[in-house]
Structures are given as structure tokens and as C-alpha cells.
Design a protein around this ligand. Structure first.
Ligand SMILES: *Cc1c(COP(=O)(O)O)cnc(C)c1O
Length: 802
């Protein structure tokens, strides 16, 4: 391939000429990008085959991460850096008079996901490869990623995300590995020549699943894993009872879009089709490659682990049962033993509207054989429940997989997996004590915690080179491989020179963000102001509205009392709202309206600014997180399972302003109360207050709340007084479900505390350095090592130099 700059330049030049029939000077930037991408992919591919051979030769156990979402972002920089050839390639391109940054900017984000859950999957792939663990991804090759968000007149407008316009340079189409997935039809039972019962799925609609493989390379290793994305195409077996064009149209819909809503169910049949499509294809291809190495499926549980990322891929459980029984003639008990040994489930939410339930009628029609198997799983399970708890008749109802005409996917997940984990300690405690309490009594050993993490390569080393350089010089490069070593920074947090150096770096990152804000929002923001950032999906429980109400309060106070001053603060938001989530979209409009009024009011705009950065995505996050001074993590306690945004901010030296929710609790435990600002009700207090909550009490008793809330409907922020009526009603007439008004006073006090602390620059810098020093625990390398040791039981595969 290429081993030095000279070879790179020659190879690059040759490929441009061969592919496009032009000289390098005459080539178009997109052609240069494509050629570079292909070269890097081929470079990464060198060890792909070796990895597969080594895994087979060592008979190593492999893990497959089944996830509807992989929010990958861009890969060029990441892959070049992980492969250790970034400098070589940059300098080679320089010799050809090509700026690598320009090519980096041509790549579109692979936005195959909604938010945290999908980003977690992407961080996990990076950690698996970097730890040399054989772990692969399984997902859908969506034609369009999550929508691109534009802001027009303050409103969110959704535009299709055409991420494949240039093609996806990282993927390799594998038509030979295609499999068929079957929908509709019905099941016929008969006895075979040995008198065994045979189930045949007849009149099914066949859809071909074609895999596109992307190599996943780790940092400083040769072990190369695979992210397999499935695409739907026409099968050789075409339906006889359906117009071919309709068949094509329907199958194309399967991979058209990322399901744009992470909170409610809509377009149910299509969503169900998507789920079964990638799960069935994934299971079949795993079985195929297993049988290429081993003569039997008896040892599947010892050689394969499948992690189910939330309930979306849970149909993998009945699908594996189906394959084992119907295609390989295992009896129920043996198939069940294998299936539960393979499967493990991660829960990501306790919000009831996000716990998937499918109408039985849909599952029965779309997936008749799968439904029969779910029914039998449910029957046997309820029999076991009745035996274990003969005196608790309601228990069976509470835990049932099938009830009220619905399939309860979380129950199916718990019953069919040997491990169930939450994603932060607090969240796991809630699962154990509340959501899955009955299941814990049935299967006490299944439940465990795996606190989320983020890859410090993308989120620190590659996106914040300034901070990386400082750390390299100060504590050596060891932390790049083992983030726990970052704690060595503790020896320097009191050093004023280091504090100043940190503040200088933060300032540089803030200038980079200011430039982006100027480009994308047309607003000048001052890097000397406090950058207070809330960036995450827009959702009522995440309480962007609480942040907005506090800004309204500050604005009103400044207008009333000219002697009231604060350290200049820039409130920065970035968030996409689900297209059908009307309330969330109104909050986006409100934030933009605040910006419109406040940024243009000379009486306040030297102290206060509000900006909304459109199209929150991985690439935006890479610029945004490391420029923040304050990290807003203000969900109602008990509602945010973990959060991972909080970790990105912390690792880059921002102070958390948060509730005791999700992983905030674990951040707080590590940095200590002096180095974050915690406010608001605890989980227990929320439960207690909910019994008897009246939003009007807070409205009537706190003048600040009354004024801020009233401004939503008195024309302050919109000429049309009804513009924000929905928000007003949510708070006052729907009784403020997420307790914003109850937390308002302590939230305001927390901001005052931030202001006090920020004033002492040395102390502030020290606190930020402590946050960085204590962030080792939040590397996804730690998370993945725990999954590997405690759930998957997989070990590193080492690819040696030849
Ligand atoms: C990290 C990340 C998230 C998750 O943010 P939370 O604050 O944990 O909800 C969502 N979207 C993107 C693009 C991210 O990078």
C-alpha cells in the first residue's frame, strides 16, 4: 500500500489519474476526497482478512452489537489518526498543494441515529477495536440519516439528510453474503417422515438483505472489526400476489430513513419491518459464518454474544429460536438454552412512552412464525412464574410478554437474555427497584450496571488537539492509551502556570466555536463571556425550557434594574426535535425568539446573549463540547438514564451544572461538590412531591416564576400572544409534568454560584482541570472492558507484524 510519504504521494497521484483520467492539479476536491477515502479504507482493510482468519484459528468468541442506530459522524480524521498515518498523509497532500482540512470538511456525517443511544454504539465500536476485542456492529444501511435541521424564522424545518450523495467511501458491498428475510404469509404445520412436527412459513414475501461492510479500526492496533449495514433489495423469489412496482416501493421504504423519533411510536408496521429486517439478516449471517468454522451450533453460546441495544433489536430472540428449531431441528429446551446464552439486553430508558409495545395483530400478520414463538415463550414463562410465586396472581399480569393485545418488548428482552443492564448506577438502581422489580425476584442474577462512557480518542485527542498537546507535555502520552492515567494531571492542578495554560487553550477553543456561531447563526459571541451550553435532543424531560425560563428571568431583571449586572454570559443551545413533537418544536422557537429579542437589545446584550446552533450532530458536538465553560445537565431527577454529553464536556474541562440524575451522580462522586454545581430535587424528592404537586403554588409564591411564565403569553417574545400558549399550558394547565417550577429557585441559585466561582479565574481553572483529571472512568474503554469481562466473556485478538 504505502509506507511513507513518497509512496503515499505516488499512490494518490496514480489513483486520481486512473479513476478520473486527470492530473492531481486538475482534479476536483470531491475526487480527491474519494480517492483519499478509498486509500484509507484499503489501508485499513489490509488487516481485515487477517483478523477474520485469526479469530477462526484461535476459535475466539465474538460479540455482535445489534443496534438500530450508529451515530458515527465523520470517519476520515478518526481513521487516519487511529491508523497512525495522519501526519504522513497530511504532509503528502501538502506536497501536492492540497489542504487536508478542506478534504476533511467534504465528508458528510454518517448520522445513522437519533442521539445518545446511537452515539454510544459508535463509541463502543471504537473502544472494541482499540482494545483489540472482536466485536462487530449490526445495523441498517439507511438511505437518509436523521433529518438535517434548518432554522427558518425561528422554527425547525426538517430537510432530508443526503449523506450518500458522494457515496460512502468506507463501505464494501458484499452481495455474496446476502440473505433473504421473510414477511407476511402464514405458517403450515405438518409431520415429517420421522413424525416430527415441521413448521413451514408459506406464501411469505421475500426481501433480500445485502450487507455493506465498513472496517472499524482501533487506535494503535491492527485488529480490524466490521460494522455491517444491511440494505433491502428485491429477492430472486418475487411475490406472485403483488404488483412488482409496489413490492419494490415497499421494500425501498425499509432502509429509507432513520426512525426520527426516539420517544414515541409511529408508522408502526414499517418500524417493525425495519427491526425484523436487520435482526433476521444479522442472525442468519452470524450462523452462516459460525458454521464455516465449526461443524455445529451446539457451541453457539460459547462463541457468539449478541448485545441488544435497547428493545429495538429484541426480535433477535425469537428469530434465533426459529432458526435453531425450524432450520436446524433443535428441540425447544436446547434452542432456548443456546439463545439465552447468546443474548444480553441493555435498557436505555424508563420513560413509559419509550418502552416499546407492538399490537399483537401486527406482529401476527407481519411475522406469523415469530409470533407463534413469542406466544410459546410467554406461555412457558408464565408457567414458571406461577410455579415460583403461586400466591401472587397479579405477578403474572405485571411481567407478561403478551397482555392487553400487545407484545411487551422489554419483558421479552428480560426473559430471553442472560444479562440485563442499565447504563448508569442510578438508572440500574431504578430498574432493579422499580421498572423490573418483579423480574429481579424471578432472576436476581441477571441484573447489572454498565455505566456509559465515550471514546476519549474522538472526544478529546482528535477534537481538542490543543488540550491533548498540553496533556502530552505535562503527563506523557500514556493517557492516550489508558485514560486512567489522566489522573496524573492532579499533580498540577494547583500550578498557576498550568491553570493559565488551560485558560488560554479554552479561549482558543471558544474562538473556534465563535467562528462557527458567526457562520451558522450570524451572531457575534464574545469568547471572554461564559459559554453556558445545553446540547442534546430536545425533550420535555431534559428541560431546555427550564434553561429558557432562567434566561427570561435574567433578562427581565436586567430590564427592571439597570444596576443588576452579571459576568457576561452566552447561552448556547443545540437540539433537534422529533418532527411530530409539537411541544419540543415550540421550545426551539422560544429559544430563537429569546435570542432575537435579547441579542438585539443594547440594554442587555453586552451581558447576555442567546444562540441556537442549527443541526446538532456529531461534527457540531466536536466543536461545541470542548469550548464550553458550563455543561447544562438539568433533567428531572430519575429521567435521564445516563447521558453521555455530560462526559464529553467534563473530559474537556467544563463545569457540570446539573441535577442528581444519570451519570451526573457518578461525575459528582468523582470531582466532588466543589468542582461541579448540583441543584434541584433528588429522585426520592421527585417521587414524594409528585404525590401532591401543584404548579400554581410555585407560580403564586415566587414572583420571578410568575413574571417569566407570564411573558410567554403577553407578547414579550412574539407578536402573536398565542405563539407560546402551548408551553404556558403545559406548565400551568397540565401541571408541569417535569417539575420545572419546583426546581426553578435552586436552578437560579446554582447559576449564581457559577457566577461567583467563575470570577476567581485561578480557582475556576483548577476546578476544570480536576474535571479533566477525573474523567478517566468515563472512557468507553472502561465500559467496554466491563462488558467484555462480565457479560460477553471475550478476549483480545492480537494481530502481529509479519
Ligand atoms: C453525545 C451526543 C448525544 C447525547 O447527548 P446527551 O446529553 O447525553 O443526551 C446526542 N447527540 C449527539 C450528536 C452527541 O454527540
Amino acid at each position: 500500500m504505502f509506507n511513507n510519504k513518497q509512496e503515499f504521494v505516488e499512490e494518490f497521484t496514480k489513483r486520481i489519474e486512473e479513476n478520473y483520467g486527470r492530473s492531481v492539479e486538475q482534479s476536483h476536491p470531491t475526487e480527491r476526497f474519494m480517492v483519499l477515502g478509498e486509500m484509507v479504507r484499503d489501508f485499513a482493510g489490509i488487516h481485515w482478512k487477517e483478523t477474520k482468519e485469526k479469530i477462526a484459528a484461535e476459535e475466539a468468541k465474538q460479540m455482535y452489537y445489534f443496534s438500530m442506530e450508529f451515530l458515527i459522524g465523520r470517519l476520515l480524521t478518526n481513521n487516519l489518526m487511529n491508523l497512525g498515518i495522519y501526519e504522513l498523509v497530511r504532509d503528502g497532500l501538502q506536497d501536492l498543494d492540497i489542504d487536508i482540512n478542506e478534504l476533511e470538511d467534504l465528508e458528510s456525517d454518517a448520522g445513522l441515529g437519533n442521539g445518545g443511544l446511537g452515539r454510544l454504539a459508535a463509541c463502543f465500536l471504537d473502544s472494541l477495536a482499540s482494545l483489540q476485542l472482536p466485536g462487530n456492529g449490526n445495523c441498517i444501511r439507511y438511505q437518509y440519516g436523521l433529518f438535517r435541521q434548518k432554522i427558518e424564522n425561528g422554527y425547525q424545518v426538517e430537510v432530508p439528510d443526503q449523506w450518500l450523495t458522494l457515496g460512502n467511501v468506507w463501505e464494501v458491498r458484499k452481495p455474496k453474503s446476502a440473505v433473504d428475510v421473510k414477511f407476511w404469509g402464514h405458517v403450515e404445520m405438518r409431520k415429517d417422515e420421522n413424525g416430527e412436527l415441521i413448521f413451514e412459513h408459506v406464501d411469505a414475501e421475500h426481501i433480500r438483505a445485502v450487507p455493506y461492510d465498513m472496517p472499524v479500526v482501533g487506535h494503535g492496533t491492527k485488529e480490524t472489526n466490521t460494522l455491517r449495514l444491511w440494505s433491502a433489495e428485491a429477492s430472486d423469489i418475487i411475490p406472485t400476489n403483488k404488483d412488482f412496482r409496489l413490492y419494490l416501493q415497499e421494500l425501498q421504504e425499509i432502509c429509507l430513513n432513520v426512525y426520527p423519533d426516539d420517544s414515541t411510536d409511529d408508522g408502526k408496521i414499517l418500524r417493525l419491518k425495519q427491526q425484523y429486517f436487520f435482526v433476521s439478516a444479522g442472525v442468519k449471517s452470524i450462523i452462516r459464518s459460525h458454521l464455516r468454522v465449526y461443524p455445529t451450533l451446539d457451541n453457539l453460546g460459547e462463541k457468539i454474544a449478541i448485545q441488544l441495544n435497547d428493545t429495538h433489536p429484541v426480535l433477535a430472540i425469537p428469530e434465533l429460536m426459529r432458526v435453531l428449531m425450524d432450520e436446524y431441528h433443535y428441540d425447544w429446551d436446547h434452542a432456548w438454552e443456546i439463545t439465552t446464552a447468546v443474548m444480553a439486553y441493555t435498557n436505555h430508558t424508563i420513560l413509559s412512552e419509550a418502552l416499546e409495545k407492538w399490537p399483537i395483530a401486527f406482529v401476527q400478520r407481519l411475522l406469523p412464525r415469530i409470533y407463534m414463538i413469542i406466544e410459546e415463550i410467554n406461555r412457558r414463562f408464565l408457567k414458571e412464574v406461577a410455579e415460583k410465586f403461586p400466591y401472587e396472581r397479579d405477578m403474572a399480569y405485571r411481567v407478561a410478554i403478551l397482555k392487553d393485545d400487545q407484545v411487551h418488548m422489554a419483558s421479552l428482552a428480560v426473559v430471553g437474555s442472560h444479562s440485563v443492564n442499565g447504563v448508569a448506577q442510578l438508572h440500574t438502581d431504578i430498574l432493579i427497584n422499580d421498572l423490573f422489580h418483579d423480574f429481579v425476584r424471578l432472576y436476581p442474577d441477571k441484573f447489572n450496571n454498565k455505566t456509559n462512557g465515550i471514546t476519549h480518542r474522538r472526544w478529546l485527542l482528535y477534537s481538542n488537539p490543543q488540550l491533548r498537546k498540553m496533556l502530552d507535555e505535562l503527563i506523557g502520552e500514556g493517557f492516550e492509551y489508558d485514560l486512567n492515567e489522566i489522573e496524573k494531571l492532579m499533580d498540577h492542578v494547583d500550578d498557576p502556570a498550568i491553570q493559565n495554560q488551560f485558560l488560554e487553550i479554552k479561549h482558543q477553543r471558544k474562538e473556534i466555536l465563535a467562528k462557527l456561531v458567526k457562520e451558522r447563526c450570524g451572531v457575534e459571541i464574545d469568547p471572554n463571556s461564559i459559554y453556558d451550553v445545553q446540547a442534546k435532543r430536545l425533550h420535555a424531560y431534559k428541560r431546555q425550557l427550564l434553561n429558557a425560563l432562567h434566561i427570561i428571568y435574567l433578562y427581565q431583571r436586567m430590564k427592571e434594574d439597570p444596576s443588576f449586572t452579571i459576568t457576561p454570559t452566552t447561552f448556547i443551545f443545540a437540539a433537534k426535535a422529533a418532527p411530530a413533537y409539537y411541544f419540543a418544536k415550540k421550545v426551539i422557537k422560544l429559544i430563537n425568539s429569546l435570542g432575537e429579542v435579547i441579542n438585539n437589545d443594547p440594554a442587555v446584550n453586552s451581558m447576555l446573549k442567546v444562540v441556537f446552533i442549527p443541526n446538532y450532530s456529531v461534527s457540531i458536538a466536536e466543536v461545541l463540547m470542548n469550548a464550553a465553560d458550563v455543561s447544562e445537565q438539568i433533567s428531572t431527577a430519575g429521567k435521564e438514564a445516563s447521558g453521555t454529553g455530560n462526559m464529553k464536556f467534563m473530559m474537556n474541562g467544563a463545569m457540570t451544572l446539573g441535577t442528581l440524575d444519570g451519570a451526573n451522580v457518578e461525575i459528582d462522586e468523582r470531582v466532588g461538590r466543589g468542582n461541579d454545581v448540583i441543584f434541584g430535587l433528588t429522585v426520592d424528592q421527585v417521587t414524594e412531591l409528585k404525590k401532591n404537586y401543584n404548579a400554581w403554588d410555585y407560580y403564586n409564591e415566587d414572583e420571578r416564576i410568575k413574571k417569566a411564565v407570564d411573558s410567554l403569553v403577553d407578547g414579550t417574545w412574539a407578536e402573536d400572544h398565542d405563539e407560546f400558549k402551548l408551553i404556558f399550558d403545559e406548565l400551568m394547565y397540565k401541571n408541569d409534568e417535569y417539575l420545572l417550577l419546583a426546581d426553578f429557585a435552586s436552578y437560579t441559585a446554582a447559576h449564581e454560584e457559577i457566577q461567583r466561582r467563575y470570577a476567581d479565574r485561578g480557582q475556576w481553572a483548577k476546578a476544570c482541570l480536576i474535571n479533566i483529571a477525573k474523567s478517566g472512568y468515563f472512557s468507553s474503554d472502561r465500559t467496554i472492558q466491563q462488558y467484555a469481562d462480565e457479560i460477553w466473556h471475550i478476549s483480545p485478538v492480537r494481530i502481529d507484524d509479519k
